[in-house]
Write a protein that binds this ligand. Sequence first.
Ligand code: F0G
Length: 352
Amino acid sequence: RPIWPGLIEAYRPYLPVTEATPVVTLLEGNTPLIPAPAISDRIGRQVKVYVKYDGLNPTGSFKDRGMTMAVTKAKEAGANAVICASTGNTSAAAAAYAKRGGMKAFVLIPDGYVALGKLAQALLYGAEVLAIKGNFDQALEIVRELSDNYPIALVNSVNPYRLEGQKTAAFEVVDALGDAPDWLCIPVGNAGNITAYWMGFCQYHQEQKCSKLPKMMGFQAAGAAPIVLGQPVAHPETLATAIRIGNPASWEKAIAAQQASLGQFNAVTDDEILDAYRLLAASEGVFCEPASAASVAGLLKVKDQVPTGATVVCVLTGNGLKDPDTAIKHSNNQFKPGIEPTLASVAEAMGF
Ligand code: F0G
């Protein structure tokens, strides 16, 4: 039967699991690669742009790919609790998968900088939510030490199983296109996902599932762009709170991917992010969160460098519903309130 079994089952030969591994899954993965004609038009020259809409995973972000692996391996090792630092999405995924696997979840978040939907998820999934008066980088430092000193499994992307799970997104892109794209545009925060995609493309290339490797194009928010600047940012700031990170854990691996692929790192401003965010929703019908739109903002920023006829994939890492506040605050559109409940009033409000 053509039922998607979740990414561990789907890509079992490529993942560090055995028949005895207790798979914890919510049937994540298999997300659509959607053509983006409006973005393609903005570039022209027969460039074909697709978005990998990973906001359609079970908890609404790509983190589910890493979390099915990390929680599965934690369970296999006998852990009964997991912990992570998070700008929101990792905490939602950790909470959901930990609970699915019968474990406790502790999440450390930067107080006041987590989008509403993500906080709602972590709470309802039943995680212990600890909001620190500090940023993500500080939270990550604390959970790394905690997991060294207490019996609790760390499920941030410094856990290698996270990247193993996340690399399957690259497999899916190749499976959908029949080859690797020419460019892969991706938002960069802690730099785990760009590392994971590169691992996936390289592994598939070795297995001759694709004939080429994409240029890895990483985009950071201008106020939180340590890799672009070449030094940590002590006080990262961006409206794209998911990537409000000043000292990425996978910094070196991300640089290695960029260099090996002849790719680039660039920064995009919050205004550029918002323009791409609105364009994706209002012209493509795809609602992603602001951090995700950094991939499209970045592509449009460097569009003159895209080779004629190239195939480009932009990764949309999270669902727009994660962050309703930003959507309402930064939409160019407004609803019309207070209309009398009569046909005449509604027709008039419609402009008839
Ligand atoms: N996009 C979204 C929606 C994210 O939530 C994140 C990271 C990224 C992009 C960047 O990915 O860190 O692998 O470079 N969110 C983490 C979290 C930090 O805690 O949810 P990265």
